[in-house]
Design a protein around this ligand. Structure first.
Ligand code: FMN
Length: 200
């Protein structure tokens, strides 16, 4: 297949890492921001931005509140999709896959790496539930600062999700809208991929 340059190699995670590294040098804000899509039990789609925190050997990891809308939707469906789009690079990566929790030592370590205010914020926010006022949130943050102290543990309702892709697509802008698209599709849920060039 005529695949070279920025699409070089057969490991889609290596390509994703390389593209993200390039984006980190160019994007002024949050080059790791992804639009994360889920569906509710009625099949109604939902989408919001989250930060991609790690590209592992075979999966993508982000962190959130398990009780949030996205957390509940993922718990019910076990699936999610996301897109990474870099305006300055004119590239996107699309991912679809199954989702499991990352709520072990890795989540503990990531939580511990966050600023104290962020850690307390995670304790204070019942993400996606109604909130009577900003003052109520600030009061809750002040309360947990006292009850949890200067070294709060990771809340049991907060942690990571790991998306293991069944499909990854790389898209790069081409002249006259003749863009390049390559799709990696997992073969029979194994570790091998079918790689296909797609029409733009
Ligand atoms: C650039 C950006 C990054 C964000 N990163 C996260 C994140 O990593 N985790 C998270 O829970 N929410 C993050 N948010 C907030 C979410 O978009 C969303 O408002 C929140 O998670 C609640 O979504 P839900 O009600 O669909 O669960 C981010 C928002 C923006 C704009």
């Amino acid at each position: 297949m005529d695949r070279s340059g920025i699409f070089e190699g057969d490991d889609p995670f290596a390509i994703a890492r390389a593209w993200l590294t390039e984006a980190e040098a160019q994007e002024p804000n949050d080059p790791n921001a992804i639009a994360l899509a889920t569906v509710d039990p009625q099949g109604m789609p939902n989408v919001r931005m989250v930060l991609l925190k790690e590209i592992e050997d075979d999966a993508f990891v982000f962190y959130t509140n398990y009780g949030s809308a996205k957390g509940q939707e993922i718990a019910a469906s076990g699936k999610a999709a996301f897109v990474l789009h870099w305006k300055s690079l004119r590239r996107q990566i699309r991912v679809r896959g199954s989702v499991t929790r990352e709520d072990g030592p890795k989540a503990d370590a990531y939580f511990a790496s966050r600023s104290l205010k962020s850690r307390l914020g995670a304790w204070a926010s019942r993400q996606s539930e109604p909130l009577s006022s900003r003052e109520a949130l600030l009061a809750e943050a002040a309360r947990v600062a006292v009850t949890k102290g200067p070294n709060p543990p990771r809340p049991p309702f907060w942690g990571g999700f790991r998306i293991t892709p069944v499909e990854i697509e790389f898209w790069a802008d081409g002249a006259f809208r003749l863009h390049d698209r390559f799709r990696w599709r997992r073969i029979d849920q194994g570790s091998a991929w079918d790689i296909t060039r797609l029409n733009p």
